[in-house]
Design a protein around this ligand. Structure first.
Ligand SMILES: [Zn+2]
Ligand SMILES: [Zn+2]
Length: 287
């Protein structure tokens, strides 16, 4: 296994590997062992956290993966290092040593026998983040990570909506210059599943709503060009998930509630709220 090497070329007595642990890619840092094995563990962790921060990553997760603890706590998240209850640890410039100390303190807390006195800090850890690929980890571990390259990758246009979301979310967290964008974005012809929907179902639900959002009871925010109140019709269980195109699965919503049902923090709770509030939905949700 390679050793962590500082930016000034000093080889630390601390070994690591870049690999997948239970299919989560990351960097495994070996804890210090008896006698002099991995004696520079703390220094190595400092170097790695600093590199992550310098590379432009804003957070990292750390899990303990020592064999005995994996056996005692099979659930991955039971072995997560949490700071202020959060598994996402923030990487702030100038505070990486503080973070390393906090990680060490949390490491000491997790033990096979919780009643045993003293903390055993000699534990292998996995550093990971969904934004860091195995290739990135190799570059981070050797100090050759190119953050400009990552930014460039993230700014590649994509026709895939889900991918667009992932990239934009990653970019929100980094310092961006005003992007030039593209006057004529490239287009591709994609095939996607579309559903033939019943106009009568849509019309009936809109009639029934009578100009008010069925979730928040607010009036439609504006009138359509044809003078009718503007509301959007939503399938409580999405058609793509096997939901029906019947009035027992369809509601009229104001644009805010509609976006919230799709993108809000508690959309499953909202679904339940809708079902409780609108009796005609009961039939479908219980079948
Ligand atoms: Zn509403
Ligand atoms: Zn919808």
């Amino acid at each position: 296994m390679p050793n962590v090497i500082t930016s000034s070329g000093l080889q630390l007595n601390a070994t690591y590997s870049v690999e997948e642990f239970q299919s989560i890619p990351g960097l495994i840092l070996e804890s210090w062992g008896p006698s002099t094995r991995n004696a520079d563990y703390n220094k190595a962790l400092d170097v790695l956290l600093e590199r992550l921060q310098a590379a432009g990553f804003l957070s990292i997760s750390v899990n303990i993966i020592s064999r005995d603890l994996v056996r005692a706590f099979p659930d991955f998240s039971d072995r997560a290092i949490k700071i202020d209850g959060e598994e996402i640890l923030l990487l702030e410039a100038g505070h990486t040593e503080e973070l390393r100390t906090a990680i060490g303190a949390q490491q000491a807390r997790l033990k096979v026998n919780p009643d045993s006195k003293g903390g055993n800090r000699t534990k292998r850890i996995l550093l990971h983040s969904s934004l860091i690929s195995p290739q990135d980890w190799i570059q981070i571990s050797t100090g050759s990570f190119n953050s400009a390259q990552l930014l460039k990758q993230l700014q590649e246009p994509t026709a895939d909506n889900a991918e667009l979301e992932v990239r934009a979310t990653a970019l929100i967290r980094s310092m961006l210059e005003v992007p030039p964008g593209r006057a004529k974005p490239a287009s591709t012809t994609a095939t996607s599943t579309v559903y033939a929907r019943d106009p009568a179902v849509k019309a009936w639900v809109l009639q029934r709503a009578d100009g008010c959002c069925e979730l928040c009871d607010c009036s439609a925010p504006f009138l359509r060009e044809d003078g009718l109140p503007y509301l959007e019709v939503h399938h409580v269980k999405p058609l793509a998930e096997g939901g029906s195109d019947r009035i027992s699965n369809t509601i009229a919503l104001c644009p805010n509630c509609h976006r919230r049902m799709h993108h809000g923090q508690s959309k499953l709770d909202l679904r339940e709220e809708a079902v409780r509030k609108i009796p005609r939905l009961l039939q479908e949700s219980s079948s």
